[in-house]
Design a protein around this ligand. Sequence first.
Ligand SMILES: NC(=O)c1ccc[n+]([C@@H]2O[C@H](COP(=O)([O-])OP(=O)(O)OC[C@H]3O[C@@H](n4cnc5c(N)ncnc54)[C@H](OP(=O)(O)O)[C@@H]3O)[C@@H](O)[C@H]2O)c1
Length: 261
Amino acid sequence: MDLGLDGNAALVTASTSGLGLASAHALAREGANVSICGRTESRLDEAKETIEADAAGNVMARQVDVTDPDEVRALVETTAEAYGGIDHVVTSAGGVPSGSFLDMEDRDWYQAYDTLVMSHVWTLRAAHPHLVESDAGSITSITSTSVQEAIDGLVLSNAVRRAVVGTIDTVAREWAPGIRANVVMPGAHETPRIEELIEQALDRGEYDSYEEGLTDWAAPIPLDRIGDPMELGDVVAFLASERASFVTGATIPIDGGRTRS
Ligand SMILES: NC(=O)c1ccc[n+]([C@@H]2O[C@H](COP(=O)([O-])OP(=O)(O)OC[C@H]3O[C@@H](n4cnc5c(N)ncnc54)[C@H](OP(=O)(O)O)[C@@H]3O)[C@@H](O)[C@H]2O)c1
């Protein structure tokens, strides 16, 4: 299936690793020119090389902290200048601390809000004039299944991420018909972040091997495994594409059937 993304320009935030990187990789494989970012310089080069190794599209990589609005604005403008506009925006962000409601101080809530919500707001605000100029404008936001079903011990993710869904539901109406906007809700995928969580559990003696950790994470998932990040990236590329031209305002789980609602 030709996704019709060849030569389009796509900006993916927080994308030198894991789900953001996989999304940029999948878009570039389909011929889109992609702009990726992250805070750690060494990861930028590695991520750029990973994508360039098997993708047709160009890759630009910038050191940006998405919790800084000036850096986000500069990233959007640099991307638009380099590629002559922006057709697709994919917003992702870093994770937020785990913990229960009583563990969290006010500053934890405000930091989580900047990381998960304001980074997304600043990106959309800056990108809007460019998306309006595109004849294929799309936004896809990567959140979590926690926006649909609360996950134990993750109050910040459960509560704060829901603002992203509300924002996307709103712009899907306010910015239609020119711009489509959707949310993907990942369940567990084997990204460096999840690998680290399994390694930490191994160190605490909760598992005897990494494979036992993977099996444990897969236990509640009907497809009996956790996801490969590219399985999410491919859905993100599809949602950006002409093939999804009648899909907007949707919130799509990519979780191997884990959530029931
Ligand atoms: N993996 C899963 O199974 C899963 C499931 C549900 C939801 N999620 C959510 O999906 C998002 C991505 O998760 P992941 O597993 O792909 O994580 P990951 O492998 O740790 O990748 C996170 C990426 O975001 C970048 N990043 C983090 N904070 C940033 C900031 N302030 N500014 C710019 N870039 C930043 C990181 O680079 P630097 O650190 O160098 O900045 C890295 O490129 C997270 O919000 C996570 O909670 C993940």
